[in-house]
Design a protein. Structure first.
Length: 454
């Protein structure tokens, strides 16, 4: 109880301090949708020096994160195409635009065609939300006015326009205040999740999270729904795979096992301390499906379940290989245990989906450790203890708006302390096929052919 009260007090103090202090730091996201490669420089206000921020450039279709301060100004400059050696501006000049960090939150900079920067933030989002709401209301009101033959339609429409402008300002302000509060609460949630991450992983007695809904049945398998948001779904499925399927995967993986890698932020991948495990990609022999090949049978079940949850009619064509991932425990004194630090399998920015990228994952447990190895979705406060032959499914796309999850499916693999954790993972993409397979895209989600031509 004392710890709980101290936590509440800490949160209260944090909130007071956060609102009282003037914090000029801002996290910015830059999305390049210009069709060209660009570089981003910070302009030193004292010397005018141009300081490179991109590493080294931002490809079309890629994004970059930037930590800055209110009032800082940046230059976005087009780079010459690799093939032609020239830019696309008038007289082959390289086009330039600038932006300045403002005091609003949720700032996203879109670099549009022609190298023009469009600045989106909490205020512009609020204004757009208010405008859409009022446009809908205006349409309804105008239809009602047109039905009244005795009404002075022009005069009424003029009054309606004036009323709309007045109300819009009020609604936009209210939406902006609500967005600010949501952002504040989200930051608190993320900070708490970060603080509790190591604690929950270290305490093997922590119970698995109770599901939001259970009792559902899929092909005789019990399904528990842990979270069910439009862009963030997490399910567990019992008895998803069989012992013979696990054996087949392990045998296929054995000669190919190598150190696991992570995306490096520039389109490639590299080894990292954030992910310590062995992995091996396994190609599915789809021709063997008819004769009962266990790996093909398992892979078909994966896509069937994805299509059971999401309305995309996903096919196996062009998808990533099944991935066998193995973690080994070396005792409680191991200072660098096998684990996977918090990460997102696909974009988790809340922005638009990029065709060809990941949008769902299924993790299937073949062997589970005696101690450790839980899967933790820290921003959703969901803790899943691995269970032999079960699976965890999660998707990170809203099928209606085609917006990506906003960090609710960020997850980690807790350290394996004793025993072995052997899983089979399928990352599922949308927009791939035989002509555009998964490996035609780099780890930024950009086709290699497009990147080479920029």
């Amino acid at each position: 109880m004392t710890v709980f009260l101290l936590l509440l007090l800490l949160l209260g103090l944090t909130r007071t301090t956060t609102h009282a202090a003037v914090d000029s730091s801002r996290s910015i996201q830059i999305m390049n949708e210009s069709g060209r490669r660009v570089v981003v420089h910070w302009i030193n206000p004292d010397t005018g020096e141009m300081v490179l921020q991109s590493d080294p450039d931002v490809l079309n279709g890629a994004s970059m994160d930037l930590n800055s301060f209110v009032g800082h100004t940046f230059e976005v400059r087009e780079l010459a195409a690799k093939k032609t050696g020239v830019c696309a501006g008038e007289d082959e000049t390289c086009r330039v635009d600038h932006f300045t960090v403002n005091s609003n939150v949720d700032q996203v900079l879109f670099i549009r065609e022609g190298i023009t920067v469009e600045h989106s933030d909490s205020k512009t989002i609020a204004l757009k939300s208010a405008s859409k709401l009022l446009d809908d209301c205006k349409s309804i009101a105008k239809r009602q006015l047109s039905k009244n033959e005795n009404a002075d339609v022009d005069a009424a429409a003029s009054i309606l326009e004036e009323l709309t402008v007045c109300v819009q300002k009020g609604i936009a302000k209210e939406i902006e205040m609500a967005n600010d509060e949501i952002t504040f609460q989200a930051e608190i949630r993320k900070k708490m999740a970060d603080s509790w991450e190591n604690y929950t992983c270290a305490d093997d007695a922590v119970n698995a999270t109770e599901p939001k809904k259970e009792g559902a049945n899929w092909r005789g398998r019990k399904v528990s729904v842990m979270i069910d948001r439009p862009a963030s779904k997490i399910h567990t499925i019992q008895n998803f795979l069989s012992p013979d399927e696990c054996r087949a995967v392990e045998e296929a993986a054995r000669p190919r096992l190598h150190d696991a890698t992570v995306a490096d932020g520039s389109g490639g991948s590299h080894k990292s301390d954030s992910r310590k495990a062995k992995q091996a990609g396994i190609k599915v022999d789809w021709k063997g499906e008819a004769r009962g090949d266990p790996i093909a049978r398992l892979s078909r079940r994966v896509y069937d379940y994805v299509n059971h949850v999401l309305p995309f009619n996903i096919r196996e064509n062009g998808q990533e290989d099944l991935m066998s991932i193995q973690y080994f425990g070396r005792g409680p004194d191991d200072e660098t245990p096998d684990r996977y630090m918090p990460h997102c399998d696909g974009d988790c920015t809340g922005l638009d989906f990029k065709p060809g990228n990941r949008m769902a994952t299924i993790v299937m447990y073949c062997d589970v450790p005696e101690v450790g190895g839980a899967t933790r979705f820290r921003n959703s406060n969901i803790h899943i203890r691995p269970k032999k032959y079960a699976a965890t499914f999660f998707s990170y796309i809203d099928p209606v708006s085609m917006k990506m999850d906003n960090q609710f499916t960020e997850h980690s693999g807790c350290p394996v302390v004793e025993g072995e954790k052997k899983i089979v993972t399928q990352w599922v993409r949308l927009g791939v096929d035989d002509r555009n397979p998964w490996n035609s895209f780099n780890t930024l989600g950009i086709k290699y052919s497009d990147a080479a031509n920029q």
